[in-house]
Design a protein around this ligand. Structure first.
Ligand SMILES: Cc1ncc(COP(=O)(O)O)c(C=O)c1O
Length: 385
């Protein structure tokens, strides 16, 4: 094996293997039920797989246009207009990208220079901080209010300085399963008025909102839409996290800058898959039925853990259920998550990993994008703890 003996000055000295890889590996080693990593253990629709065969055999296997296949950009714009009442121009304001993570990273890379401050909410999905830091940006954290994980807007206001360049929001939120309300969005709209702050809005769980609530996309709020990158992905929506295909919507001026970076980064997203998604997007029911599907799974899991000593925190969206364990042990969440995987054969994610300086909350995150059988077996184990 070749060996590099020079000096390496890491741009991300604190980053190691992600907790998702660690817990999934541990779950496999110990033959545990894996409720840790956030992806389904069931397959996507047969119809979608048939479309893959169709389009991979249709002679479309060379580079698609840089911004995305026109029919997919058109279909995305139509969906967003239908759901949120905002019209984005497919030509200049919609870009198809290789996954939401890439979309977020590219938006950050487009705008953040050394010393620029980026406001983030903690606990924060794990790709935000590294994206900011690798560009030399400075993450400024505002903590979500435990146990509802709501936003204290007065604290956001205090966090804004002349160096604030960007804010990253995420609704529905991973890992807290909270959602932002219309009132939250209006507060944000008001706070950012007359600033040049750009918003990156991670909305990959936009179709998974429970109990009759509506997803509050930045697209619904003109004062936010005019300064936002709306980032979404097909991974969670169609149970195809491995396809890594998403999209970024933004006003023409922001999109023009975004595409300058995108065209020299990945240049394009997978071509045939874009045709598959363009056709499947015509079936509105596939995404409109998703919330009920996952609400059923959330409720099944909640019913299963009702007799346990865990205390469920509200899950208003995403496919995660957080359980507080104050009544069970004083252990740190990391230690408990590892111990439950090894000894009780059920794997979860300790919520402290989503903080830079974790508070003393005792919470584990469980993913319910799993078969009913798996959820029942997982819940049975939790009832015995
Ligand atoms: C909040 C959030 N954003 C982004 C992503 C990643 O999306 P993609 O796989 O499209 O990059 C995930 C995946 O877990 C997520 O939970």
């Amino acid at each position: 094996m070749p060996h590099f003996s020079g000096r390496i000055s890491s741009k991300l000295p604190h980053v190691g293997t992600t907790i998702f890889t660690v817990m999934s590996r541990l779950a496999a080693e110990h033959n545990a039920i894996n409720l840790s990593q956030g992806f389904p253990d069931f397959d996507c629709a047969q119809e979608l797989r048939d479309l893959v065969t169709k389009y991979f055999n249709a002679g479309l296997n060379q580079y698609p246009p840089m911004a995305g296949v026109p029919r997919l950009r058109e279909a995305i714009a139509e969906k967003v207009e239908f759901l949120y009442g905002a019209r984005y121009d497919p030509e200049h304001e919609v870009t198809v990208v290789p996954g939401a993570t890439y979309g977020i990273f590219t938006a950050v890379a487009t705008f953040i220079r050394s010393g620029d401050e980026v406001i983030l909410f903690e606990p924060a999905y794990d790709c935000y901080v590294p994206a900011v830091e690798v560009m030399g940006g400075v993450p400024v954290f505002v903590e979500l209010q435990y146990p509802d994980y709501g936003i204290d807007w007065a604290r956001v206001q205090q966090a804004i300085t002349p160096r604030t360049r960007m804010m990253i929001i995420n609704t529905p939120n991973n890992p807290t399963a909270s959602v932002l309300s219309g009132e939250d969005m209006r507060m944000l709209e008001g706070l950012l008025r007359k600033t040049d702050i750009v918003v990156v809005s991670d909305e990959v769980y936009e179709h998974i909102v429970f109990d009759g609530h509506q997803h509050q996309s930045v697209a619904r709020f003109p004062g936010l839409a005019e300064r936002s990158f709306l980032v979404s992905s097909f991974g969670k929506t169609y149970h195809v996290t491995g396809w890594k295909t998403g999209y970024v919507l933004a006003p023409r001026e922001l999109t023009a800058e975004f595409r300058k970076v995108h065209q020299f980064n990945s240049f394009v997203a997978n071509g045939p898959i874009q045709h598959v998604l363009a056709e499947y997007l015509q079936k509105r029911d596939a995404y409109l039925s998703l919330a009920a599907f996952y609400q059923g799974k959330r409720d099944l899991f909640l019913e299963g853990v009702k007799a346990s000593r865990f205390h469920p925190l509200p899950s208003r969206g995403t496919f995660f259920q957080n359980l507080a364990y104050d009544a069970i042990t004083d252990e740190r969440d990391m230690d408990l998550a590892v111990r439950l995987t090894r000894e009780r054969k059920v794997a979860s994610i300790p919520v402290s990993v989503f903080y830079r300086e974790p508070p003393a909350h005792r919470v584990l995150r469980f993913c319910f994008a799993k078969s009913d059988e798996t959820l029942k077996r997982g819940a049975e184990i939790l009832c015995k703890i």
